[in-house]
Every structure is written in structure tokens, then in C-alpha cells.
Ligand binder design. Structure first.
Ligand code: NOJ
Length: 762
């Protein structure tokens, strides 16, 4: 695929020395990563030589920030520490940094204590979960992935970095690059969906956005890839649960997005809460050392996820805190987040010889090198600038980008009878639902320092366009409960209107960490509201809020139009209204399959074929299906309508066969036969028809964005090489096998016509 975005993969031997069979699949475009400047080892090693074992343990101990403006609670609560105690601990060199606090003035005070009073003046690092914006809030990561445009994500995260560093932060615990194939898992909201190729593109773009071109710049925010590894594969979609996975799937599906982030320059990785086959990630030496460093070439440091090193005890992997600290540091987890067990036990573990001093030194070296790489030794007060804090938040251009991102994240699932776009005049609109006008339901999970006062709801935006006279706003129900008289008021409003816009779905607290659901449906009180409104016979446009794919039912599923809007952040209302009234045509695509029913989960488009696939709607006996549902999605990965009429021609190949070291061009002509300009997202898929390890029925390998004026046609092309046809074989190496492949350029993972390509032997 000669797409400007290059596939990232993990090649086992490729990292140990020499890419397998010459396949160049392990990298993202070179020049993408800011250089990790050659560490001044003499300086770092000189420091390490002077440090006591306690100070070394301190450089590996990170705590939540009890002093600056605290984040909203996103973790289990911890005992608060008075500022005097914190300053004393900093002076004693017991703390490497603080997270989830913000503010320049106090940040400078804490940094001054570190630089001027701690034994060797090593600066603190300030971190926070800046996941989709700081003060200007952008769509949740899953929503942003629905743009299918990593460049948009690079831009939004550049703004997030600008604002976060203006608020006294150096390091974000982002991006989450987990590949998620089970929508019951609440954290699907935080990542880029179910596809590995797409996850790679967004991982690289997000790292580049946060870190910029120069890690030492005031506005560069150190990225952290999380959660390593396979956290998105927790059994049953239940958060923190165990992971049972083949090594082949781990390598082919879950590791490439981390590789893409590393190649893009990420210098920190967070270990995940889950175990894989009985070995918790934070104590997994094969994962954190052999694979992450040995094979994937990671040069930064690994931080545990909030007490995950201490949780080795409850996993049944460590006997007590001392044993947990020992197992985690020996596995390659360099920094402990929050538990304090490194500070408590590492000095003694080193003195007793159970942990070699060289292991402790190497972990400290990794942390100090990163502090050096981001310029903290050159300027400990970087990103602690009171003027920037006053002048760089929620700039007009940042809000304009939030609006662009919001509208590009929306996915139009259906639009029967062209009920959309709405008319700006002469149409009476009933705007109904608990998510129509609630400022506290725009951001979604993970906005740690929220300020929603100037955000825009759908009601606000629509009022600005059609005026009060043509808009009747009725709440109708709460998110999870009926409200007295709510349905009656909604039905009356619907009856008096020409069209209903129904803003319903999940509340923002229903996805995110520890928010797994067994039924991924619209909550019952809102479903009842939808049924009553639909019974009026008025056309209904569902504007859906959600942190995951939902199993749509009844009146919601049968509405005339459905617009997926996820959680879009500060400019949610304007972004949605831009589409509802046709100022822009929808262009988002589903990064996750919408199932017909919750019980289909885990559910993803790029599954393997069984020996008994269901081939048509009537082909139901002894077939791969449920009694009450086929194996098909309600809406497939990649699906998304627009206001134009888009027609794809047949997929064409420049040649029927691909020489082993050659290239073919794949092309298709796409026509907009509608009356409006559109932005189309053409998707390249492949299927390896016969392989020594069976391959998915389709896999995404490239994306092209194109603008089409009304009546315009364009031809899009992709170059395809053997690297695009590779998979992880039984030897755990990336390999391609000669044989036949189906190739599509299509508007979704379920559409399009395929062409047959033969990969010739070497
Ligand atoms: C736990 C979450 O799993 C992780 O994503 C987050 O970065 C940390 N808490 C810190 O807040």
C-alpha cells in the first residue's frame, strides 16, 4: 500500500536483526519521529553514581498530585498528602513526578523544591491524562478515529499539547492504542476502534501531535502508549479481566499499534492491568523486556498503571508488596505509579541482592534519559509559564478545530427519504431527549480538568440557526430513568412538529474505565421515550450519544435517520448542527461494527472464516449464526453515508499478478451523482484466500480521502506490494505466502466488488 500512511507491523526477527524475507513492514514513515537525542550518558551516569539507593527508588516513584488543582476523580481515591509533606518528600528525593494536577504557580514552587533542595536537583516531571483535549475538548478518541483521518488527530493533539503545557504539564498518559473487538468494554471510547491498521495510523499521529517535532520545545507533551498489552482483549469485555490470546493474534492484532507509536517517537509506555495467560503485564518480563525492548526497539521507560505493580498480589502472582516490587522491576516496569512499593521495598531488595543494582540503575537511567530528552535538565521550568497559562487556552482557532473535528467524527448510519438535512426555515422541529441540552454530557470520559461553561449543546446551536419560534426543546426522560410527565410532553411536542430530532443514547459516564456493559443498548427510559415519539408518526432523526457501538432496537433502529455523534467535546452542538442543516455533508465512518444484538460481542469485521459460513439470508441450516441473529453487523466497520449519491465502479488492478518484489496499482472510479459536494473515504481491503494460518475475511490496508463536487467523478489509486499481504505465521514472524488474494476498494468493509490478484513465488 503506497498510501501516505505506512503500515506498522511487528516483525520478530525484524527487530532482532534483519527484516524477515526483506519485508519492510515494521516501520512507519521515517522522519516521522522526533529524534531521541543521543543521551549524554556521562551526565546521567554521573548523577546515578552519586545517588543513594533511596534516591534511585524515588526517581522511580510517581504519585497523584495532591497540591495543584486536582483532576476530577478518575482513579480509586487515595489518602491526601499535605503540601508540607509533599515538599519534604520532594526535598528528600523520594518523588520523580506528580500526575493529574495542573497549574503553573504551584508547579513552579514544587519544581523549585526539587531543583534547589533535593540532593541532586533532579527536576520533577508533571503528568496528566490528557486524552482528548485539555480546556478545548475534542471528540473522544473513538469518535476522532471515525474521521478515518489521522492528520486530524495529529492537529487536535497538537492543540491539546499546547494547552496542557500551558497549564504546567510535561507528559500525557495518552494515546491509548488498544485494539478493541468487544464493545462491551467501556474503554473502547478511549482508543481507535477495532482495526489494527487504523489503530496504527492514529497511534502514530497522536504521538506526533502530542510531541511535535522537538521534544524539548515548551509545547511538546511527552506521549505514553497504553495499555501494554492486549488490554482491549479482556475476556467478556469486562474491564481488568484476564486475557487469553494466541501469540499469533497478540502479534498480528495487538502489538502493531504500539510499534507504530514507538516508531513515531513515543518514549513512555504504560503496562496494562490485565494478565495474558496468567502472567500480569506489569510482571511480565517476556512482554516488557524481551518483546517491547528486544524486538520492538523501545528506548524509553515503562510506567505501571495506577498500582498495577501492587496488584500483582491480588492477581496471585506475588506474595506481598516486596515480592510485587521485585517482580515488577525485574520484569522491566521502570516506574511505579501511586502504590509507593518501589520506594518502600527497592532499597532493601537491592541491599539484599535480590534485585541487582544494575537493574535499578538501568531503570533510573531510562527515566533520567527521558527527563533529559524533554529538556528538563536544560530548563526545569519549561512548560511552567504563567503568561502562556493565561493566553493559550481555548483560542478561537482551537475551538474552530474542535468544531471541525466534531462534525468530521459524526457518522450518518441511515437517512431514509432524505429526512436530512433539515430546513433552516419553514420547518417546525421538536428537539427531544436528555442529551439535547446538557452541558455535562458533551465531553465524554477523560476530561480531567473540565470547564464546560462556554461549550455548545445541540439545543444552543439549533436555536441559533432556526430561532425559538421553530424549535421546541423537551427533555422527555433522564438518561437512565423516566421523568414524571416527560413522555407526554415529548409526544405533544412531536405532534406539533414537522420533524423530531431525538438526542438520546449513553450518558458520558457509561463508557470509560470500569464501565463495561453486558447490554450495549440505549437505556430503557430513553428507549421508551423513542417508542412513544415514533408512535406519533412524525419523521424522527436520532442523534445518538455513545462511547461504544450500540445494539440499536425498535424505534431507535427504525428511525428515519440516525447520526452517530459519540461525545464530541466543546463544540459538539455546532459540529452536529453543521451536519443536520446541511452546511456540511457527513463524512465519518464507523471504526467499530454495530452489532444487531449485544450477544454478538465480541464482534468485528475482520474475523476469520469458519468452515460453515452463512452465505445468504436464507442459508440458515447448520451455518455460523445465532438462532436469533445472523453473523452480519447491523452497520459494518467503515460504513457511513453522506448527502451525496456515491457510486463505486469495479475495483481494477494494473496486473493480475504481483511479482514477489513488485508492485501493482489498484484503482476505482468513484462518482458523486448527487446534488451536493461530499467528502468520500475510500477504503482498500484485502483477503488472503488460502494461507497456512487462516486470514480475516477482509483486512483494511489503506484509506484515501477525496472531495467530490456534485456530478464529479474521480479515480483513486493505491499501490500494493507483498508487505501489504503479510501476516504473522506459525513461526511468529511476518510473512507473505504466494497465492490468490481478493482486493477491494470500497465504501465499507461489507461493500464493493473485488478483483483477484495472484502473488507470484520469489
Ligand atoms: C488508570 C487508567 O487505566 C490509565 O489509563 C490512566 O492513565 C491512569 N489510571 C492514571 O490516571
Amino acid at each position: 500500500m503506497s498510501n501516505s500512511r505506512v503500515q506498522a507491523g511487528v516483525s520478530r526477527r525484524g527487530f532482532l536483526g534483519g527484516a524477515v524475507s526483506g519485508l519492510a513492514i515494521a516501520g512507519v514513515a521515517s522522519g516521522f519521529a522526533p529524534a531521541f537525542a543521543a543521551p549524554k550518558d556521562a551526565f546521567i551516569d554521573g548523577l546515578i553514581a552519586k545517588m543513594s539507593v533511596e534516591e534511585k527508588a524515588g526517581q522511580l516513584s510517581l504519585y497523584s498530585d495532591p497540591v495543584r488543582t486536582e483532576a476530577a476523580t478518575f482513579n480509586p481515591s487515595v489518602a491526601s498528602v499535605p503540601k508540607t509533606q509533599m515538599l519534604a518528600d520532594i526535598a528528600a528525593g523520594k518523588i520523580t513526578g506528580l500526575f493529574n494536577g495542573m497549574g503553573v504557580a504551584l508547579g513552579r514552587e514544587l519544581q523549585k523544591a526539587a531543583v534547589e533542595t533535593s540532593p541532586h536537583g533532579i527536576p520533577l516531571i508533571f503528568a496528566a491524562d490528557i486524552i482528548h483535549g485539555m480546556k478545548t475538548v475534542f471528540p473522544i478518541p473513538m469518535a476522532e478515529a471515525a474521521s478515518f483521518d489521522p492528520e486530524l488527530s495529529r492537529r487536535t493533539n497538537r492543540v491539546a499539547a499546547l494547552e496542557a503545557t500551558a497549564c504546567g504539564l510535561h507528559w500525557t498518559f495518552s494515546p491509548a492504542v488498544d485494539v478493541v473487538r468487544d464493545q462491551r468494554w467501556g474503554r473502547t471510547a478511549e482508543a481507535a476502534g477495532e482495526d489494527t491498521w487504523l489503530a496504527c495510523q492514529f497511534a502514530a499521529a497522536r504521538v506526533k501531535g502530542f510531541q511535535g517535532d522537538d521534544l524539548k520545545a515548551e509545547t511538546s507533551l511527552l506521549a505514553c502508549l497504553k495499555h501494554f498489552a492486549a488490554y482491549g482483549a479482556v475476556e467478556g469485555g469486562m474491564d481488568y479481566n484476564t486475557v487469553e490470546i494466541t501469540e499469533q493474534t497478540l502479534r498480528q492484532t495487538h502489538l502493531p499499534s504500539f510499534q507504530a507509536g514507538i516508531t513515531a517517537g513515543a518514549l513512555s509506555v504504560m503496562s496494562s492491568f490485565n494478565d495474558i495467560g496468567g502472567v500480569p503485564s506489569t510482571g511480565n518480563r517476556r512482554l516488557l523486556t524481551d518483546i517491547l525492548r528486544g524486538e520492538m526497539g523501545f528506548k524509553g521507560f515503562v510506567v505501571s498503571d495506577f498500582t498495577s505493580e501492587e496488584e500483582l498480589i491480588l492477581h496471585g502472582f506475588a506474595a506481598d508488596g516486596r515480592d510485587a516490587a521485585k517482580k515488577a522491576i525485574l520484569a522491566g516496569c521502570d516506574m511505579s505509579m501511586q502504590s509507593g512499593i518501589y520506594m518502600k521495598y527497592l532499597p532493601d531488595l537491592v541491599r539484599s541482592g535480590e534485585v541487582p543494582m544494575s537493574v535499578l540503575d538501568e531503570a533510573v537511567r531510562r527515566v533520567l534519559r527521558v527527563k533529559q530528552a524533554i529538556g528538563l535538565f536544560d530548563n526545569p521550568y519549561r512548560s511552567l509559564d504563567a503568561k502562556r497559562e493565561q493566553t493559550q487556552l481555548r483560542l478561537p482557532e482551537s475551538l474552530a478545530l474542535a468544531r471541525e473535528a466534531a462534525r468530521r467524527a459524526c457518522v450518518l448510519l441511515k437517512n431514509d427519504g432524505d429526512v436530512l438535512p433539515l430546513k433552516k426555515t419553514g420547518q417546525k422541529i421538536a428537539l427531544i431527549g436528555p442529551l439535547a441540552d446538557d452541558l455535562n454530557q458533551l465531553n465524554g470520559y477523560w476530561v480531567v480538568f473540565p470547564d464546560t461553561r462556554k461549550d455548545i449543546t445541540v439545543a444552543m446551536a439549533m436555536r441559533g440557526i432556526v430561532g425559538d419560534g421553530n424549535l421546541n426543546v423537551v427533555r422527555g426522560a433522564d438518561i437512565d430513568a423516566p421523568i414524571p410527565g416527560g413522555i407526554d410532553a415529548a409526544v405533544a411536542a412531536a405532534k406539533a412538529a414537522d420533524v423530531v430530532v431525538l438526542c438520546i443514547g449513553e450518558g458520558q459516564e457509561m463508557s470509560g474505565e470500569a464501565q463495561s456493559r453486558t447490554e450495549i443498548t440505549v437505556p430503557a427510559a430513553q428507549q421508551a421515550l423513542a417508542e412513544a415519539v415514533a408512535a406519533t408518526g412524525k419523521p424522527v432523526v436520532v442523534v445518538l450519544s455513545h462511547g461504544r457501538a450500540l445494539a440499536l432496537e425498535g424505534a431507535v433502529r427504525n428511525a428515519q435517520a440516525i447520526l452517530c455523534t459519540w461525545f464530541l467535546g466543546s463544540e459538539a452542538g455546532n459540529g452536529i448542527a453543521d451536519l443536520l442543516f446541511g452546511d456540511h455533508s457527513p463524512s465519518g465512518r464507523l471504526p467499530c461494527s454495530f452489532p444487531q444484538k449485544s450477544g454478538q460481542e465480541p464482534f468485528y469485521y475482520n474475523h476469520r472464516a469458519t468452515g460453515r459460513p452463512q452465505l445468504s439470508e436464507t442459508d440458515i441450516n447448520y451455518r455460523t449464526r445465532y438462532r436469533d441473529a445472523s453473523f452480519e453487523p447491523l452497520y459494518p466497520f467503515g460504513h457511513g453515508l453522506t448527502y451525496g449519491r456515491i457510486v463505486y465502479g469495479p475495483t481494477q488492478l494494473s496486473a493480475d499478478s504481483l511479482p514477489w518484489a513488485g508492485q501493482v496499482t489498484v484503482s476505482v472510479t468513484i462518482a458523486n451523482s448527487g446534488t451536493r459536494p461530499v467528502h468520500e473515504v475510500a477504503q482498500l481491503y484485502i483477503r488472503d484466500r488460502v494461507a497456512s494460518v487462516t486470514q480475516p475475511i477482509r483486512s483494511l490496508k489503506g484509506v484515501r480521502h477525496l472531495d467530490l463536487a456534485a456530478g464529479e467523478s474521480k479515480t483513486v489509486t493505491f499501490a500494493l506490494t507483498r508487505a501489504d499481504l503479510a501476516f504473522v505465521g506459525l513461526s511468529m514472524n511476518w510473512q507473505a505466502e504466494p497465492g490468490e488474494f481478493d482486493i477491494w476498494i470500497a465504501p465499507s468493509s461489507s461493500a464493493g466488488t473485488s478483483a483477484r490478484l495472484k502473488l507470484l513465488k520469489a
